[in-house]
Design a protein around this ligand. Structure first.
Ligand SMILES: [Zn+2]
Length: 314
């Protein structure tokens, strides 16, 4: 991590200086040692963010003002130009990564999708990602995005603050289910609840579209148990590890130790996600946090690579 890339937050929760300083070649070597030690060819990260620069700048400002997590400082560890962020993921050995983006208001999703198509075209190892909002026309631009090659969608119920059961979305969920295109849904109530977060609203969607391939972001934090219930009930429901078990999220929404055996058993439905670059700690910390669960190398291989390869046909 260079000087200009290193976060310089003030506040009580600043990571130790060593954490940020670890990024760059030294961190890349440590990340590579992690997946090589598991006998993997690299990692697949289902939950990373790439957005138009002006949108990302607003997201970073939102996090750094402490508005994403109830006033808790959230310094962005990888506040770098886009090409440097892509280069860093490649240096980490992340073979495929997503480019999740999401609107906070109507009239924005189609524009984000056209930016995402351009990003995917110039970044062959990025999974072509797309999004939607509860608005008239959503069905049409989602169908168009799939036709243009989108293979992963993102729906952010906390930021979007829309009801996933909204009638303008019924066709969207149906199209995604029929096409077998996975959708990463931020539907847990962490780090901040929204009017339609929590297991209730999204359960209504699954009841209507039981074959939907859904990836619940952040293991569903903090409603970990309820979202594990959904994964056990619906074969298409998966969960991503984004921020789970890191010191940062354990402080906000600790994973109940009693649920650990169920998480170990659900290993075929868990996918590595990290929230890169919008994280307040080094990338390596997420991997180490998962390894510390001591679920074994087979679980880590499935989560960090093989499940995503199977789910997305990589
Ligand atoms: Zn995210």
């Amino acid at each position: 991590m260079t000087e200009q890339g290193a976060p310089a937050p003030a506040g009580p929760h600043r990571e130790p200086a060593g954490a940020a300083a670890e990024a760059g070649p030294a961190e890349a070597a440590s990340v590579a040692a992690f997946w090589r030690g598991l006998g993997l060819p690299g990692l697949v990260d289902i939950h990373t963010h790439f957005m138009p620069p002006n949108v990302l700048a607003k997201v970073w400002a939102f996090f750094e003002r402490g508005r994403a997590a109830a006033g808790r400082a959230w310094p962005i560890a990888y506040r770098l130009p886009e090409e440097e962020r892509v280069a860093l993921l490649r240096a980490f050995g992340v073979r495929r990564f997503s480019a999740l983006l999401y609107p906070h208001k109507p009239g924005m999703a189609a524009w984000l999708n056209s930016w995402a198509a351009g990003f995917a075209a110039r970044t062959p190892d990025a999974l072509h990602s797309a999004t939607f909002f509860a608005e008239p026309g959503a069905g049409a631009y989602v169908t168009e995005a799939i036709g243009a090659g989108a293979r992963l969608f993102k729906a952010h119920l906390q930021v979007g603050a829309y009801d996933p059961r909204d009638e303008t979305l019924d066709g969207v969920w149906g199209t995604l289910a029929e096409a077998g295109v996975p959708v990463v849904v931020h539907c847990g109530s962490g780090p901040m609840p929204g009017p339609f977060t929590g297991p209730g609203p999204i359960s209504g969607v699954l009841a209507r579209h039981p074959r939907l391939t859904m990836i619940v972001a952040h293991l569903g934090a903090p409603e970990y148990g309820e979202f594990l219930d959904l994964a056990e009930r619906y074969p298409g429901v998966h969960l991503d590890t984004t921020m789970a078990f890191t010191g940062f999220l354990e402080h906000l929404a600790p994973f109940p130790p009693a649920l650990r055996p169920r998480l170990a058993t659900a290993g075929g439905r868990i996918l590595l996600g990290t929230d890169f670059p919008n994280i307040p700690y080094p990338y390596l910390h997420q991997l180490e946090a998962l390894a510390r669960l001591e679920f074994g190398a087979a679980w880590l291989r499935a989560v960090c690579h093989d499940n995503a390869v199977r789910l997305l046909g990589l």
